[in-house]
Write a protein that binds this ligand. Structure first.
Ligand SMILES: [Zn+2]
Length: 228
């Protein structure tokens, strides 16, 4: 019994103990078990995809619901870095060899505020971005900064979110028509992403698309299309 326990990995989605062969991803003592993973995969294979004025497209790797919602929350607010690596590994797997991204040169993460980074001791967006960049085979170009602290979007009513992030971002260098993939961890109304996309266009970017870790649809509308 003790042997099984010692060899077990705890699933960040359901808290169950699993052996290696029953886990889809393992990071240290954490895993995502095959059941939690399979609950999500049919959606993730298709990728949520939204057309929106001003951006090439938005593609989300997961829907912000269980078990991934819990894993995101553990990572973002409970200091569970292992949970982030698990999501990251799943993201890398999901985004690999997608034709939709073939003519994009750089991945630019949405910057988090210094205050919030100090609270947590790590930049969660950066950890996830590293896996995405690896999956896409392109470098991260960390050129966006926050020029003023906005309130966390999760605390703001949906219709006030665009105002909350207005003029909150800037770039540290100009671009020369490069096509950029903007990475945001959780996409809800898209206000943060749109603000960043506009800043990138003003800085000289070519096409800008958005890759979100999770899509937190206020009302779920199935507009999923295949993104190969
Ligand atoms: Zn599980």
């Amino acid at each position: 019994m003790e042997l099984v326990f010692n060899k077990g990995y705890i699933c960040s989605g359901c808290n169950g103990h699993f052996r290696k062969r029953d886990a889809s991803f393992i990071y240290k003592r954490s895993c995502i078990c095959k059941t939690c993973y399979s609950r999500f995969m049919p959606y993730s294979k298709d990728m949520y995809h939204e057309e929106r004025d001003g951006m090439a497209f938005m593609a989300a790797l997961f829907r912000y619901r269980e078990p991934y919602r819990k894993i995101f929350l553990e990572f973002k607010f409970n200091g569970q870095i292992a949970a982030g690596h698990l999501i990251g590994m799943a993201m890398e797997e999901l985004i690999k060899e997608r034709d939709a991204f073939y003519d994009y040169q750089y991945l630019v993460p949405v910057p988090v505020s210094k205050e919030r980074m100090n609270e947590r001791g790590y930049n969660q967006s950066e950890i996830l971005a590293q896996y995405i960049a690896k999956g896409l085979g392109i470098p991260i170009r960390d050129i966006m900064i926050r020029v003023r602290n906005s309130l966390p979007q999760s605390r703001i009513m949906h219709h006030n979110r665009a105002k909350n992030v207005k003029n909150a971002f800037d770039v540290t260098e100009k671009l020369n028509g490069e096509n950029i993939i903007l990475f945001d961890d959780v996409y809800t109304t898209g206000s943060t992403a749109m603000e960043c996309v506009n800043v990138l266009h003003n800085a000289g970017a070519g096409k800008v698309c958005v890759v979100a870790g999770a899509y937190n649809a206020p009302v779920y509308v199935d507009r999923t299309i295949y993104l190969n």
